[in-house]
Design a protein around this ligand. Structure first.
Ligand code: UD2
Ligand code: MN
Length: 507
């Protein structure tokens, strides 16, 4: 049982950690995860004398006792002693009592576990970097403080870095359920990292051209981006690359920054299918993350060249963020003679659709009939195409009200991936479906015409987008026969208030 964990009723504790803390506390700190990796991974034998050594660095802030301790034991119990120099815990100025002397006493009985404390809240970037300064291993392995490693997780990472020093290598991240604490091992082909143009990290399946590169099922998989928490990197190479952007606070953005940087500056980012580590994804963020946008803007400003505009278009508040001094980071980019973002998109992430964002043809779409309202798309979680287009008060914040009319006559919405507005046969509502891949034909059902009179015409169904009041007193949109002069069929693209506004009748 946990020692002296805070008081308060059980439900408060549950909410405090955003995980099922009662169950976590009951599960052994030494629980063993069954190795269900592919046979090729399980049967591989390593010569430890030939592998580099590692220091495992775990920065934590107010983590629950049992998840933190299970992480530590898991690393100790799954990592061959000859490969593990030490585990460096960095307490990022937590305020929970049990993380003081109780934690110190507990780890004083553990071999090779060190505890460093910051003097103020540093955030995960500086927390990890402070930890790294105490490391003695050849390779830095970063983990979150609520992980459990599958036996055999470290060897593939170290072997790969041993043969290619400029590779940053991530394990496959398995899910530990926040409520049941079941460990779900991803036994199929791993997913790789990407992003959308709001600069949100996204998982994607492996593209065909990557699969064709592989010589065997256990080759490392190249990934455009990383999730952020779990990866191994040569200590020397990490230094050379400029470690992390120390101007990033608390949480967020550092994963895309490091991903862009390693690729653009001549290294690579990979996921090793034989390395598996579980991670507890909490029900919701357990602490405030106020710096996310600012951090992301720093990454965009340093690495994305003019492509950053697509991000600002979709996230107008980002363009108003004060992001501080980035001159040192730009200097690193110069010094290492890094490639452009265009190079990155073309060579590392060719599957990403790059928006056109033609002047006057993107932004919010405002109804003339119901003037306060804009087209809005609000998809349910985990189902990007699971809703219909609707109307909602114009908010000028991009997001759910940001659309792009392309030269291929699609109305695109960028969320987890690119989706396109569609009217299916004999339907009145506007659905969303995945857009055709670049270079493939566009089906009739997703072709639209923005006509000079301000109507948005759908030739395939011969109807126009129409705003209306529903019988329940709400507002909505549906496809109706075009009716010249009907203000409810007149629409206008507008950009966020900071940018100039256009309607397409003017272009
Ligand atoms: C993901 C990453 C996380 C990080 C983040 C973006 C995985 C599995 N997780 O979010 O590592 O890249 O995206 O920034 O890929 N922490 C501190 N100080 C702070 C805040 C956090 O030390 O001020 C610690 C925290 O206790 C944890 C780690 O940093 O050990 C990552 O934080 P998280 O678990 O809340 O992030 P997560 O998994 O939601
Ligand atoms: Mn985490």
């Amino acid at each position: 049982m946990p020692l002296g964990v805070g008081s308060g009723c059980s439900w408060t504790r549950h909410k405090r950690y955003a995980i099922n803390i009662h169950l976590s506390d009951k599960i052994s700190l030494h629980r063993h995860i069954v190795d269900r990796r592919m046979y090729e991974c399980r049967s591989k034998v390593f010569d430890y004398r030939k592998l580099p050594t590692t220091s495992v660095i775990i920065s934590f802030y107010n983590e629950a006792w049992s998840t933190l301790l299970r992480t530590i034991h898991s690393v100790l119990e799954t990592t061959p002693a000859v490969l593990l120099k030490e585990i460096i815990l960095v307490d990022d100025f937590s305020d929970r009592a049990y993380l003081r002397s109780q934690l110190e006493e507990y780890i004083s009985n553990l071999d090779r576990v060190r505890l460093i404390r910051t003097n103020k809240r540093e955030g995960l970037v500086r927390g990890r970097l402070i930890g790294a300064t105490y490391s003695t291993g050849d390779v830095l392995t970063f983990l979150d403080c609520h992980c459990e490693c599958v036996p055999g997780w470290i060897e593939p990472l170290l072997e790969r870095i041993g043969e290619n020093k400029t590779a940053i290598v991530c394990p496959v991240i398995d899910t530990i359920d926040w409520n049941t604490f079941e460990f779900y091992m991803q036994t199929g082909e791993p997913m790789i990292g990407g992003f959308d143009w709001r600069l949100t990290f996204q998982w994607h399946s492996v593209p065909e051209q990557e699969r064709r590169r592989w010589k065997s099922k256990i080759d490392p998989i190249r990934s455009p981006t990383m999730a952020g928490g779990l990866f191994a990197v040569s200590k020397e190479y990490f230094q050379y690359l400029g470690t992390y952007d120390m101007g990033m606070d608390v949480w967020g953005g550092e994963n895309l920054e490091l991903s862009f940087r390693v690729w653009q500056c001549g290294g690579s980012l990979e996921i090793h299918p034989c390395s598996h580590v579980g991670h507890v994804f909490p029900k919701k963020a357990p602490y405030a993350r106020p710096n996310f946008l600012q951090n992301t803007v720093r990454a965009a400003e340093v690495w994305m060249d003019d492509y950053k505009q697509h991000f600002y278009n979709r996230n107008p508040p980002a363009s108003k963020e004060k992001y501080g001094d980035i001159s040192e980071r730009k200097l690193i980019r110069e010094r290492l003679k890094c490639q452009s973002f265009e190079w990155y998109l073309k060579n590392v992430y060719p599957d990403l659709h790059v928006p056109e964002d033609r002047l006057g043809w993107h932004g919010a779409v405002r109804s003339s009939g119901i003037h306060s309202e804009c087209l809005d798309y609000n998809a349910p979680d985990h189902n990007p195409t699971g809703a219909h287009l609707s109307l909602f008060g114009c908010h000028g914040q991009g997001g759910n009200q940001y659309f792009e009319y392309t030269s291929k006559k699609e109305i695109r919405f960028n969320s987890v991936t690119e989706i396109c507005a569609e009217v299916a046969d004999r339907q009145k509502y506007i659905a969303m479906r995945y857009c055709p891949r670049d270079g493939t034909p566009v089906p009739e059902s997703i072709i639209w015409e923005f006509r000079n009179d301000g109507t948005i015409y759908h030739p395939h169904s011969n109807t126009c987008i129409t705003s209306h009041h529903t019988s329940e007193g709400r507002t909505g949109v549906e496809m109706r026969l075009c009716n010249p002069g009907d203000r409810n069929q007149i629409w206008k693209f507008e950009l966020p208030t900071t940018l100039s506004q256009h309607s397409w009748t003017e272009v």
